[in-house]
Design a protein. Structure first.
Length: 311
């Protein structure tokens, strides 16, 4: 158990992450737990809203919804979209994902870091602002946002300020990966697997907003990225736990480290719950400096893009 960090209210930035920022190799991987700090729905919340919309339009009744609640949210959404399709009804999922219902500065702090980002969130609150401290230049006001999997080139990871929406984006509802069928097709894609493989092989990755409820998504991403446990510390995940969950935290730490080389950094939820994540991100944003990667690495990624285009 010596390799497991103790649970803390405040977490120091690992030296590997600071160095990755300076090397231009840090990528933030952002999940639903971050957007939930703004009051956006969890997977369970989204499924509940969609099912209620179908009930309101008389495509489901209370009894049917109660039975569907026993399924995981991905299955609930899959069934909901099947029912909608059969009735030629369009579920506007995006309307549940673009409205802030809580005051939180979490994205202001996150965007201040300025690194390239990958996210499984559909919303567009992630807009990293990269500032080149050498010449004072900044990224464009709007993020370079990519959600078409055919355009998910690893070269984007070398562009501070870019955002890759792994599961699509509300900007284009057709791009959103929601149902079980969507997930299976998406992660069977060689393009997606290649992108994730390049990400985990060449970059240092910090997962944010992937708690126990998102464990299945996180593991799918790691497996499809062909990630295995390794000695080099290149993958980190900040997760919240109650003090009473210390044994669980210790076992999960060993599991993720041995299976995927992911180092869990646990913070205590007892007093601020998940809001503690916002304070950690605020603190880290002041300590992480992002620089552009060296030219030789950029050329390597360019060769990868050209290779894809000519095959």
């Amino acid at each position: 158990m010596s390799g497991v960090r103790e649970l803390r209210e405040k977490i120091d930035v690992p030296d590997e992450i600071k160095q990755a920022g300076l090397d231009g190799s840090l990528v933030l991987f952002v999940g639903a737990g971050v957007s939930m700090l703004l009051g956006l729905p969890s997977w369970h919340g989204l499924a509940a809203s969609v099912l209620e919309e179908l009930r309101t339009n008389k495509y489901l009744n209370y009894s049917e919804i109660e039975q569907l609640k026993n399924l995981d949210p991905k299955k609930q959404l899959s069934i909901a979209f099947l029912i909608a399709k059969q009735n030629k009804y369009r579920i506007e999922t995006e309307k549940y994902l673009n409205k802030k219902n809580r005051n939180s500065a979490v994205y202001e702090h996150l965007n201040k870091i300025g690194s390239s980002c990958v996210t499984t969130n559909y919303d567009e609150f992630l807009e990293p602002k990269f500032v080149n401290k050498k010449d004072g230049s900044k990224t464009a006001p709007k993020a370079n946002r990519v959600f078409d999997r055919e355009r998910m080139y690893a070269k984007l990871l070398n562009e501070p300020g870019s955002v890759v929406h792994l599961h699509g984006c509300i900007q284009n509802a057709d791009s959103m990966v929601i149902t079980t069928k969507d997930y299976l097709e998406h992660y069977d894609s060689e393009k997606v697997q290649s992108f994730l493989g390049e990400l985990f092989e060449k970059k240092t990755v910090l997962f944010l907003g992937y708690g126990l409820a998102e464990a299945e998504i996180l593991e799918t991403i790691l497996r499809r990225g062909r990630v295995k446990g390794e000695k080099e510390r290149k993958r980190f995940a900040i997760q919240g736990f109650f003090r009473s969950e210390l044994p669980l935290y210790e076992k999960l730490s060993e599991y993720y480290e041995n299976s995927f080389g992911v180092h869990l950094l646990g913070f205590i939820r007892d007093f601020e719950n998940y809001d503690g994540l916002e304070e950690i991100i605020r603190s880290w944003a002041d300590q992480i400096e992002i620089r552009e990667p060296p030219l030789v690495e950029d050329l390597n990624f360019m060769n990868e893009v050209l290779g894809d285009e000519w095959t």
